[in-house]
Each structure stands twice: as C-alpha cells, then as structure tokens.
Write a protein that binds this ligand. Structure first.
Ligand code: SAH
Ligand code: DHB
Ligand code: MG
Length: 222
C-alpha cells in the first residue's frame, strides 16, 4: 500500500460522502492561494470532526490551531442554534485568511478567533467564565500538546471529549531516540495521556491524502 492508494481511496470516500461545498472548498482554495501550509485536516477527517461534534451534541467548542479555518468550519457547522466555536491562532496572516473564510461561510457570528500564542490565551479563557467546552480539538504546534491537554482538562467537564491531531507522525512516534521536536512533543503527550486517570482514551492510526498519522481521543470522566 502506498500514499497513492491512500489518496485515491480518500478521493473515493470524499466523492461519496463529502459533497462539494463552496464554503469548505473555498476555505481550502483561499488558504492555498495565500500560501498557507497544506496541513489542514483532510475532507474525510473534517467530516469526522463534524460527526463527532454532532454525536457529542457539542454547543461550546474550543479549537487550538486555526490555520485557514477549514477544520473550524466543519466544527461550526455541527453547532446547534446558540452554539459557538472559539479557535486560537498565533499567526496574524493565518488569522486574517481564516476570518475571511468564516465570513464567506456566513459563520463569523458563531466563530470567535483569538489571535495570540495559545499558552497565553488559554489562561485568559479560564478566567473569562466561558468554559466548560464540550469538545476540544488540539491541532497547533506539537511541542506543546501536553500543556494544551492539561489546559483542556481544566476547561472541560465530565462528558467532554478532547481530540488531538497528529499523534502518529508517519510512525516516528515509536522512536524513543527521535530528535524531531514534534515527535518528542507527541511522545511526551502520549505519556501524559496514558498516566491521566481523569480520561478514558485511545489513539487511532490514519492513512489518506495527508499520509500516515493519527488522532488521540479522550473522554473526560466523572
Ligand atoms: N486545525 C487546522 C490546521 C491547524 S495547523 C485545520 O485542520 O484546518 C496548526 C496551526 O497552529 C497553524 O496555523 C499555526 O500557526 C498555529 N500555531 C502554531 N503554534 C501556535 C501557538 N503557539 N498558538 C496558537 N497557534 C499556533
Ligand atoms: C503538520 C501537520 C498537521 O496536521 C499539523 O496540524 C501541524 C503540522 C506537519 O506535518 O508539519
Ligand atoms: Mg493537524
């Protein structure tokens, strides 16, 4: 099996289950045109986030790592009336593209983008009284995932779900000698997750148009 097959099957799944959508397709096109890195979740993964948010009945969603807002739009589309997404982004250029994409998707009234380093914004959220979040998607820099997870636990409640992207890194995650700071960050997070008694968690490997990676998913216990 090769990346070519994974990409072809992602195309097949997308053609069947992820219909063309001007807001989502436009967000990707605008991100590409602006030269943003091509690291948004794939279309089937975006729809997975959407399905999980709906299954959760999520009304108050937190995302860490916006990029051009592709995953944000998938999550916002899952909200019931009165729900909202807060999404954290450090790069002003990414934030500008994302905000335009939210306007084009007519979702700017339910998406609150906070510009700044997530480790600066998260303590502010904790004092604002807008928690708990019932779904949290962690998808920013990989070096700080363990800290984002700790903050997420503070900002969640029993019954919340925390999803973490990029926890397999093409299989590099099993290399204890890796010097890659992203792999080291992911490995540290996986250790923290394994030792955390307040959640019931697993990790799932994924292949597709984005190559070979994976998601961790944690359900916050009573
Ligand atoms: N969730 C997006 C992809 C996010 S890519 C999607 O699937 O569509 C990761 C993003 O995290 C980038 O835009 C990057 O600028 C941002 N980022 C990196 N470090 C950050 C930090 N310390 N605080 C907030 N955002 C950060
Ligand atoms: C990378 C991939 C991602 O999905 C992400 O959120 C951040 C970085 C990467 O491959 O560099
Ligand atoms: Mg990612």
């Amino acid at each position: 099996m090769t990346d070519d097959v994974w990409t072809a099957v992602d195309r097949y799944i997308t053609d069947l289950l992820v219909p063309a959508d001007p807001a989502l397709d436009g967000a990707l096109a605008a991100s590409e045109a602006a030269g943003l890195p091509r690291i948004a979740v794939s279309p089937p993964q975006g729809k997975l986030l959407h399905v999980l948010a709906r299954a959760q009945g999520a009304r108050n969603i937190l995302e860490i790592g916006t990029l051009g807002g592709y995953s944000t739009i998938w999550l916002a589309r899952a909200l019931p009336t009165g729900g909202r997404v807060i999404t954290l982004e450090a790069d002003p250029r990414h934030a500008e593209i994302a905000r335009a994409n939210f306007r084009h998707a007519r979702l700017d009234h339910v998406i609150d983008l906070r510009l700044g380093m997530a480790l600066d914004t998260l303590p502010l959220l904790a004092t604002e009284g807008i928690a708990p979040f019932d779904l949290i998607f962690i998808d920013a820099d990989k070096e700080n995932i363990a800290d984002y997870f700790s903050w997420s636990l503070r900002l969640a409640e029993p019954g919340s779900t925390i999803i973490v992207d990029n926890v397999v890194r093409n299989g590099a995650v099993i290399d204890p000698a890796s010097t890659d700071s992203m792999v080291k960050g992911v490995r540290h997070f996986n250790q923290v997750l394994a030792a955390e008694p307040r959640v019931c968690a697993t990790a799932i490997q994924t292949v597709g148009s984005k190559g070979y990676d994976g998601f961790a998913i944690a359900y916050v216990l009573e």
